[in-house]
Ligand binder design. Structure first.
Ligand code: PAF
Length: 288
């Protein structure tokens, strides 16, 4: 296993990244909030295919949590995360304290327009402002050639793709497929909150999405029926819907139906007990 550098301050991280670039190496960034799972590690491995060196940032970003959300109890395991990053081949971890990223007097935020407004943006006011701000700060500080994100957070991926393009940050933003447990549950750091019974109920999200994809493959095209396929699974598991939406895969605007040759995405957010989970799939299924 290669040795891994742990960077604690913005200054250290910027200097480290500058040395990488000066050495003529391509730098890949994998931004995370830690509690790493196989989904994150798949991003590290893809980063190594696209660049010479991978840096993982681990920062539970306070500005993307609402006042009643789970910032305080969000899982933190820096030691375990560093070991996983080393094992996956990352060269460095950047793990600053909140006060280093948002020192007293901090007052600059990044807002992405329409893409941030529906779906999770409507249910979690300020969430994407916090995400866009911290990711822009990471891009500006580290100036990676490529940055990798999971499609599990599909709206986040579109928001970050837009900000990198609109602000001409010179970073290639790459989205990677959701990594799932063998039974279909999308991997998420928040799955750690689930007890055995809730873990079973949480399967209703992916099962509903897969049912909808199967219906679409049989010719069901209207959004209402596809949404109902998801809702039926949520209801049967007594899981509370936050939203179920069929949207254009790029603009995230709601669609009435799936049109041939037009990429759509079906997204769900739901509460399993107190835990809010999200998941999404392409419609039609990829490869069809
Ligand atoms: O997806 C996440 O873990 C976070 O939203 C991100 C992109 C690291 C920003 O804090």
């Amino acid at each position: 296993m290669a040795t891994l550098t742990v960077l604690k301050t913005p200054r250290e991280a910027a200097a480290w990244a500058k040395r990488v670039r000066r050495a003529g190496q391509r730098l890949a960034l994998v931004p995370t909030m830690g509690a790493l799972h196989e989904g994150h590690l798949s991003l590290v491995r893809e980063g190594l295919r696209r660049a010479d060196v991978v840096l993982v940032s681990i920062f539970v970003n306070p500005t993307q949590f609402g006042p009643t959300e789970d910032l305080a109890r969000y899982p933190r395991d820096l030691e375990g995360d560093v070991a996983k990053c080393a094992e996956a081949g990352a060269a460095a971890v950047y793990a600053p304290e909140p006060g280093m990223v948002y020192p007293p007097g901090y007052q600059t935020y990044v807002e992405v327009g329409e893409l941030s407004q529906g779906l999770c943006g409507a249910r979690r006011p300020g969430h994407f402002r916090g995400v866009a701000t911290v990711v822009t700060k990471l891009f500006a500080l580290l100036r990676p050639h490529v940055a990798l994100f999971g499609e599990k957070d599909y709206q986040q991926l579109q928001v970050i793709t837009a900000l990198a393009q609109d602000l001409e940050l010179g970073v290639e933003v790459v989205g990677m497929p959701t990594v799932r447990e063998p039974d279909g549950l999308a991997m998420s750091s928040r799955n750690r909150y689930l007890g055995a019974e809730d873990r079973r109920r949480a399967l209703s999200l992916s099962q509903g999405l897969f049912d909808a994809q199967a219906q679409e493959a049989r010719g069901v095209r209207d959004a209402e029926s596809l949404r109902k396929a998801v809702r039926d699974r949520l209801d049967a598991a007594n899981v509370k819907e936050d939203y179920v939406e069929l949207v254009d895969a790029r603009t995230l605007k709601p669609l009435e139906r799936v049109e041939t040759g037009h990429a759509a995405r079906l997204l769900v957010a739901a509460f399993v007990g107190a835990t809010r989970l999200i998941d999404n799939v392409p419609v039609p299924r990829e490869g069809t």
